[in-house]
Design a protein around this ligand. Structure first.
Ligand code: DGL
Length: 258
């Protein structure tokens, strides 16, 4: 049986990795679980997120996945170390790209927009501590943005106003790099682009994550070298799922009762 790449997110955020995935790993099959019944993760405790990620990982292993991508900054920064300790399957995570932002910054001030869970996590603080000697990090919790994306309200005036209220103080503090620290936020990039001045570079590391995944698969001799595009499978833990609305025609959707 073919072995796929498992993806976990609280909702549709992990879909922001799909473009890079299809471009860089076109023959790898995606098995994606959106834990919509427990969304948003950013407001949950690390214990709840760990329990959910364990259940979803068990499910992905059962579905013959060879790697699990935690396509969620909140889950990565809070529970990836524990998952790596508990399971033998490799995990690839995504966390706010502070290092490239810091290296590229000319003003020495960078902004990080992320969930409360990510900004409060130990992993985020370890990273930001390393960088903070040289640069100032302006943190902002993106309360409500996940709901804007999930509800398809990307271009609504209310979303623009919410983003403006988060970004204006960051711009006033002199940021020249804005790190998108949540996989839902790349969907808002065109709107963000219109709010921030042109000298502010928006940093989304979804491509870097898939490049890392490709490196791991290559090192393990586990890279799928096919000719046929595989059928991607999508699952949601919620019956009235929103994920369905974001899928392509040839992508299969099923409800998962976990
Ligand atoms: N996409 C998740 C992330 O990258 C969202 C977490 C949430 O559900 O709050 O953090």
């Amino acid at each position: 049986m073919k072995q796929g790449i498992g993806f976990i997110d609280s909702g549709i955020g992990g879909l922001s990795l799909r473009t890079a995935m299809i471009e860089l790993l076109p023959f790898e099959q995606i098995t994606y679980i959106a834990d919509e019944a427990f969304s948003p993760y950013g407001e949950k405790t690390a214990e709840v997120i760990l329990k959910r990620c364990q259940l979803l990982t068990d499910e992905l292993i059962q579905k013959k996945c060879k790697v699990v991508v935690l396509a969620c900054n909140t889950a990565t920064t809070q529970v990836i170390n524990q998952l790596r300790h508990d399971y033998s399957i490799p995990f690839v995570g995504i966390e706010p790209a502070i290092k490239p932002a810091a290296l590229g910054s000319k003003t020495g001030v960078i902004g990080v927009l992320a969930t409360k869970g990510t900004l409060n996590s130990q992993l985020f603080h370890q990273n930001s501590l390393l960088q903070s000697k040289k640069i100032t990090i302006v943190e902002q919790v993106g309360t409500g943005l996940i709901e804007c994306v999930e509800n398809g309200k990307i271009n609504d005036e209310s979303t623009r106003n919410l983003l403006r209220s988060f970004l204006t103080p960051m711009i006033e503090k002199g940021i020249d790099r804005l790190v998108l620290g949540c996989t839902h936020y790349p969907f808002l990039e065109p709107v963000i682009q219109k709010i921030v001045p042109p000298e502010v570079e928006i940093i989304d590391n979804s491509r870097a994550v898939i490049q890392q995944l490709k490196r791991i698969l290559t090192e393990q001799g586990n890279l799928e070298l096919g000719f046929e595009r595989p059928k991607h499978l999508f699952f949601s833990t919620k019956t009235n799922s929103r994920l369905k609305n974001f899928l392509e025609k040839d992508e299969e959707f099923n409800f998962l009762s976990i």
